[in-house]
Design a protein. Structure first.
Ligand code: 6PG
Length: 237
């Protein structure tokens, strides 16, 4: 489903509404709410909107990350740092409620393996992690999480978490894989800005294009997916 809003603030407000509903439903259903946060800059407005919602079941919420840069947690490039500053600190989220991808690890493969073990402990016996709400962004090249076009992680069909070398950025990333992302109960893409218009029209609007975008491949067989866009990003849909 595609939903278009006036501007990034309206996208964030709509996402916060969906977040609140998903949180309340999950806690009522299973006593906890497992949410995976996206990286990048788009989620900042959402985090700010959520930080004002003190009435949500925050103490029953477990925060995962869809991906992380291979940097220390206090690095300005760290997805964790952005979430800590805009969401965890304002809401006083306890450290035990966070599952952080250790981007600082000397051995990223070990960090990926440890994250996968922690995920499997959260979802014992599951074939894939049934994240209640997966929030994702999309890059201008159609990447999502750290699944970039033409990179090896796109071909991972067994692991839930892996490393991924991104030649265009000349850097390593840690990322959930397609099997893990697609297992989510509910997926929300947040896409804003004119720079995303072409790729949004291709990935979500059926505009012809040669190579399938990674974001296009994140479709939950047993869940829902909604794309929240502002008018600028939706202008070619
Ligand atoms: C990351 C993100 C990535 C992000 C897109 C969009 O670590 O960079 O996980 O997938 O969602 O690059 O980023 P913006 O929101 O900054 O446009």
């Amino acid at each position: 489903m595609i939903s278009i809003f006036e501007d990034p603030a309206a996208v964030a407000a709509a996402a916060a509404l969906r977040f609140a509903r998903a949180a309340r439903d999950a806690v009522a259903r299973q006593g906890r709410f497992v949410v995976a946060l996206p990286g990048g800059s788009t989620p900042r407005l959402l985090h700010r909107a959520l930080a004002e919602r003190t009435g949500l079941p925050w103490s029953a919420t477990l925060f995962l990350f869809g991906d992380e840069r291979c940097v220390p947690p206090d690095d300005e490039q760290s997805n964790y740092r952005m979430a800590r500053e805009t969401l965890f600190e304002p809401l006083r989220i306890a450290p035990g409620q966070l599952l952080r991808l250790h981007g600082e690890a000397a051995d990223p493969a070990q960090a990926a393996s440890e994250y996968e073990q922690a995920l499997r402990a959260l979802f014992p016996g599951a074939a894939a992690p049934r994240i209640d709400l997966l929030l994702l962004g999309m890059g201008e090249d159609g990447h999502t999480a750290s699944l970039f076009p033409g990179t090896a992680a796109l071909d991972e069909t067994r692991r839930w978490v892996t490393t991924n070398y991104v030649p265009r950025l000349a850097e390593w990333r840690l990322t959930l894989t397609l099997p893990a992302l697609c297992a989510a109960r509910e997926i929300l893409f947040l896409v804003t800005g004119a720079s995303k218009a072409r790729v949004a029209a291709e990935a979500f609007g059926g505009r012809p294009h040669e190579v399938q975008h990674p974001a296009e491949r994140v479709v939950p067989p047993d869940g829902t997916r909604e794309i929240l866009l502002d008018r600028a990003a939706a202008q070619l849909l």
